[in-house]
Design a protein around this ligand. Structure first.
Ligand code: BES
Ligand code: ZN
Ligand code: ZN
Length: 532
């Protein structure tokens, strides 16, 4: 089963009807919007390499010092050998030619060094897909040759890049573009790859990119609420929406401070639960938490033009948590998993929260507000407190939380911080092996002196903003129960001009590949330990 429940269904049109009636900004588009991507991913098959003439393109990755005999595994091997002989190969480079068959199959040859990282393999694969995508191929062959382990990594990279490239991002042009869709991906013999895993990870990445790219008048709070509910239903997950009223009862005033400026009382925290067959656990093994700010104006401390422009992406952390959960369901992971998504806008208006307000969060901790643009830590404070009450064995949150993370890392990597120092090595290693790289920032307790408040338990942020990615995490840790192992991912790489690694769109969908690797391949639970 995929994530996509058929798009543009009656539920969506129901949303659009209410939109028109209530004059929500979504009405400005004037017709029903698809809130979920189409289900049609390319079919993945296997075939012998000799069958190249059936393909519009063949993408082959070889070592950067390939033996001549390697090319014998490719159709029209002399052609590939000629291409190889053009000049001395260099790792990470791509060259192309056309085969002599009737279809004039486009041949793309990529070189990679034996020691190359997953990131470098993904980046090469992304470059190779860029070469073919303008030709709109219907069927692409993928092959990786050379040392078995390296070739497996390269084929996995090609498959990830191809599934990302085949995905149609949301577009609202009045005249549809007539690009033919990629229908078939053919894995030509050679290295093996775990197709179900690769497909689930790619579908997750695509869903994050889709939701993150949706304009803020389409993915507004009710639309996101309905979309999450629909996905939960399609995947037979438990679903609960904690609306403002129940959040008030829970004392979640940090979240409510941010949502107060919304025109409608529609903000809330979505709680989804997945329990594998026979598992009735109340406490989950894993809690995935995400920041879902549908538009971040900055609030009363309003952002400037350039800083505000792309702030519809400020919900991507919640999309990562959601899509990771769905991928785990698709792979029937034997784990009890919850997701908690904090959904609201950060708006300006007469009811907006202000600097110097003091608010009490759901776990009783009082916060002195300093800057209304630090809304992410406010909504996450309550979301982490509520999720923490369920005593997960491991909790991880994803959030486009600080500009400081972007300043220190650029958009190439994201930041990771944890309240369990012994988890740090594994958290970073999962970034290295997945190719979605993360860098560990300090989490030392002495940073707390920068958040001392004269009137409340803690300052929301410091006044000068130095090392804000660290202080923000120290702040969040006050809302995570001491006995819960927790990691926070500051998604500096949610967007990057020109894309990142195998992803050729500015919105990268960074996070799902990382989280799946961490949970399924590095067994983060083993190091998180038992509940105390
Ligand atoms: N959503 C932003 C952080 C952000 C900015 C993420 C750019 C990705 C790209 C967050 O809500 C924010 O505005 N943070 C402030 C915090 C500050 C006021 C302490 C920031 O980083 O400037
Ligand atoms: Zn902000
Ligand atoms: Zn924000």
């Amino acid at each position: 089963m995929g994530f996509s429940v058929s798009a543009s269904t009656s539920a969506n049109s129901r949303i659009m009807r209410t939109k028109r009636r209530t004059g929500r900004p979504a009405a400005r588009l004037g017709h029903a919007t698809r809130l979920l991507p189409a289900a049609d991913a390319p079919k993945i098959t296997r075939a012998a390499a000799a069958d190249g003439a059936e393909l519009d393109a063949i993408l082959a990755i070889v070592p950067d010092s390939p033996s001549k005999s390697l090319f014998e595994q490719l159709p029209e091997s002399e052609r590939w050998q000629g291409l190889n002989a053009r000049s001395k190969p260099r790792s990470g480079t791509v060259r192309t030619t056309v085969l002599a068959n009737r279809r004039q199959t486009f041949a793309v040859l990529g070189y990679i060094g034996a020691e190359a990282s997953t990131f470098e393999r993904l980046a090469l694969a992304g470059r190779m897909l860029k070469e073919v995508s303008s030709r709109c191929p219907g069927a692409i062959g993928l092959i990786a040759l050379g040392d078995e382990a390296a070739a497996q990594g390269s084929l996995d990279a090609l498959l990830a890049a191809a599934l990302a490239s085949a995905f149609q991002m949301p577009a609202f042009r009045s005249r549809e573009h007539e690009d033919t869709a990629l229908e078939r991906l053919v894995l030509l013999d050679g290295a093996k790859v775990d197709i179900p895993y690769a497909s689930a990870a790619a579908r997750g990445n695509n869903l994050v990119r889709w939701l993150t790219a949706l304009p803020p008048n389409m993915l507004d709070t009710p639309a996101y609420h309905a979309t999450i509910a629909k996905l939960a239903k399609a995947h037979k997950l438990g679903f609960e929406w904690l609306d403002e009223q129940s959040l008030r009862r829970a004392g979640a005033n940090a979240f409510l401070a941010v949502s107060a400026a919304n025109v409608r009382r529609d903000a809330g925290i979505a709680h989804l639960t997945y329990r594998p067959r026979g598992n009735k656990a109340i406490s989950p093994d894993i809690a995935l938490v995400g920041k879902g700010i549908l538009f971040d104006t900055g609030g009363v401390n309003v952002k400037t033009h350039r800083s505000m422009l792309d702030m519809h992406i400020d919900m991507s952390g919640s999309a990562v948590a959601l899509a990771t959960l769905l991928a785990l369901v698709e792979l029937q992971a034997p784990l009890a998993v919850d997701a908690w998504l904090a959904v609201t806008e950060n708006q300006i208006g007469p009811n907006a929260y202000r600097p110097q307000e003091v608010v009490r969060a759901a776990n009783g901790v009082t916060i002195q507000v300093i800057h209304t643009d630090a809304e992410g830590r406010m909504v996450l404070a309550d979301t982490l407190a509520l999720a923490g009450k369920t005593q997960p064995r491991f909790m991880i949150d994803f959030a486009t939380l600080t500009g400081a993370a972007v300043y220190s890392l650029t958009e190439r990597m994201s930041g990771v911080l944890t309240n369990r120092p012994k988890l740090a090595a594994k958290l970073v290693e999962a970034g290295r092996t997945s190719g979605e790289r993360v860098w560990n920032f300090p989490f030392d307790a002495d940073y707390d002196t920068d958040l001392e408040s004269k009137v409340a338990d803690i300052l929301q942020c410091s006044v000068d903003g130095k090392g804000d990615q660290i202080l923000a995490t120290r702040f969040l840790s006050r809302f995570v129960p001491e006995n819960v192992a927790w990691a926070h991912v500051d998604l500096a790489s949610a967007t990057r001009t020109g894309g990142l690694a195998h992803i050729n769109t500015d919105i990268t969908g960074f996070g799902v590949r990382y989280a799946l690797e961490l949970i399924l391949k590095h067994d983060i639970l083993a190091d998180a330990g038992r509940r105390k």
